[in-house]
Design a protein around this ligand. Structure first.
Ligand SMILES: Cc1cc2nc3c(=O)[nH]c(=O)nc-3n(C[C@H](O)[C@H](O)[C@H](O)COP(=O)(O)O)c2cc1C
Ligand code: SF4
Length: 445
């Protein structure tokens, strides 16, 4: 999906200042240039001292939009406790999740909100080093370079910002992998603790925030916590960007109010199931959508969570097991290969899943030879063996995704055990790279 395909909002009108949608993405036709940004939002509202913004962020209830929904004020407080000038702030725009496009869209359509948020976060924690970590793309990087130079020349930025390119790996945006790479290493996760807010880039306390989180922060600094809480739910206030994959194959990025009914958001008649939260997320049967909203409180009971806002409606003519097996194979190849259970366990799980789906038994899409009747039992046992056994959450996220697939597509799995499949199309739906990455791809491009 090109950034140009991003839709500004699900509501028709309203600007950030009046509390309606869109808040983050500018209305169609407004470019991401500095002049239009300044005319909409004015200059960066610096507070003039470290920590001053933190109580406002706490009152707003802002949580991270990179997947884990962690309270932003808690990380700000921890990192701000460092000696002045020692802390590091990194905006995370790696977007390693292949099914997500919202960070690239935001950086394309509203880069100055992200850059404002980066400056305000740096001021709040008294940072001595500031970086923006973005998925590698020559044109996008050149654009950001020019935007940073323009801001610096106009005296908008108090802290110089380094641009760091993220390798195109699923794990590149995991915060310890990010800290390793920005410290001039490779984007490989490390065991925690310590968490990066205690010891991150070059061993310094590091605030890592998703780029969308930074854009919300920039708006809270301007319009206040009450304005921010004007949309969303009391426990999950605000809006979030979602990448919507509709069953007809169209993909777009939309800004949605947290708590919005999912049925209206996904809008995909004929879908059999919806993948929520991306490749570490969970499948939910499409017939449950009328009871669910875009919020963790609503999704948690069905084993799902909003994550970074990926919602993918599986067309009824595709097989959910085949799609899941392809993603499992990709996720196994994306293991950073440091932890035994992950390195050995994920390929075994992916192979078993491939066999169940019919990808590896010669027939394709469940046709051909029947899978080993013990395949479900093996999958369940092996999943238990890798869970919680990695330096990072990659094995846990992969297992969550596969368990939900086996549950939601249980009837299909029984057919596959008999060598049958209900799918009428083998065309891949969820995005997967054409070929495996190489070891060199763990470094900055
Ligand atoms: C496997 C994995 C991949 C991740 N990839 C990203 C990513 O691409 N972008 C991102 O912002 N956060 C990513 N995260 C979450 C980060 O580790 C971190 O929590 C986040 O950047 C913090 O920002 P936030 O609190 O503003 O969400 C990933 C986490 C995991 C476990
Ligand atoms: S759990 Fe897997 S992906 Fe995470 S660091 Fe260990 S080997 Fe790498």
């Amino acid at each position: 999906m090109s950034a140009g395909a991003a839709s500004a909002a699900l509501a028709e009108d309203g600007a950030a200042a009046d509390g309606g949608l869109p808040r983050l993405l500018p209305p169609p036709g407004h470019g991401g240039n500095l002049a239009s940004h300044l005319s909409s939002h004015g200059p960066v509202p610096y507070r003039g001292s470290a920590r001053a913004l933190i109580p406002e962020v706490r009152a707003a209830g802002l949580t991270g939009r990179g997947g884990a929904a962690f309270a932003v004020h808690r990380k700000l407080e921890t990192v701000a406790a460092a000696r002045p000038g020692r802390a590091v702030v990194v905006g995370n725009g790696a977007e390693g999740e292949l099914a997500s496009h919202k960070d690239q869209a935001l950086l394309h359509l509203a880069p100055h909100l992200v850059l404002d948020g980066l400056q305000l976060a740096a001021e709040a924690v008294g940072a001595g080093r500031v970086a923006l970590y973005v998925r590698h793309d020559v044109r996008a990087r050149a654009r950001l370079d020019a935007q940073l130079s323009e801001r610096y020349a106009r005296g908008l930025d108090r802290a110089a910002v380094e641009l760091v390119s993220a390798p195109a790996r699923f794990l590149a945006g995991e915060e310890s992998a990010l800290a390793n790479l920005v410290s001039a290493g490779t984007a490989v996760p490390r065991f925690t603790p310590p968490r990066v807010f205690d010891r991150g880039v070059d061993g310094r306390p590091t605030l890592v925030q998703n780029v969308e989180t930074l854009a919300h922060l920039a708006l809270i600094a301007r319009y206040g916590p009450g304005w921010f809480r004007g949309l969303g739910t009391p426990d999950e206030p605000g809006t979030m960007l979602c990448t919507l994959h509709r069953a007809d194959g169209s993909v777009n990025v939309a800004e949605a109010i947290i708590g919005t009914p999912l049925a209206g958001l996904v809008d995909s008649p004929g879908a059999s199931a919806v993948l929520i939260g991306g490749y570490h997320g969970a499948w939910v049967p499409a017939d449950q959508l009328p009871w669910l909203t875009l919020s963790n409180a609503s999704l948690r009971p069905v084993g799902a969570f909003t994550g970074a806002g990926v919602l993918a409606a599986l067309p009824a003519d595709r097989c959910g097991l085949v799609e899941s097996a392809r993603v499992a194979r990709y996720l196994a190849l994306e293991s950073a290969g440091q932890c035994g259970p992950c390195l050995n366990g994920l390929p075994s799980i992916a192979a078993a899943m491939g066999q169940l789906a019919g990808l590896t038994n010669g027939g394709g899409r469940g046709g051909g030879r029947r899978p080993d009747p013990r395949v479900l039992e093996n999958l369940s046992r092996w999943a238990g063996l890798v869970e919680g056994r990695g330096a990072c959450h990659h094995p846990d996220g992969t297992v969550r995704f596969l368990r939900s697939a086996l549950q939601v597509f249980a009837a299909e799995a029984r057919l596959h055990l008999q060598g049958r499949c209900t799918a009428t199309s083998g065309r891949p739906f969820l995005p997967i790279p054409a070929g495996p990455a190489t070891d060199a791809d763990w470094s900055s491009p």
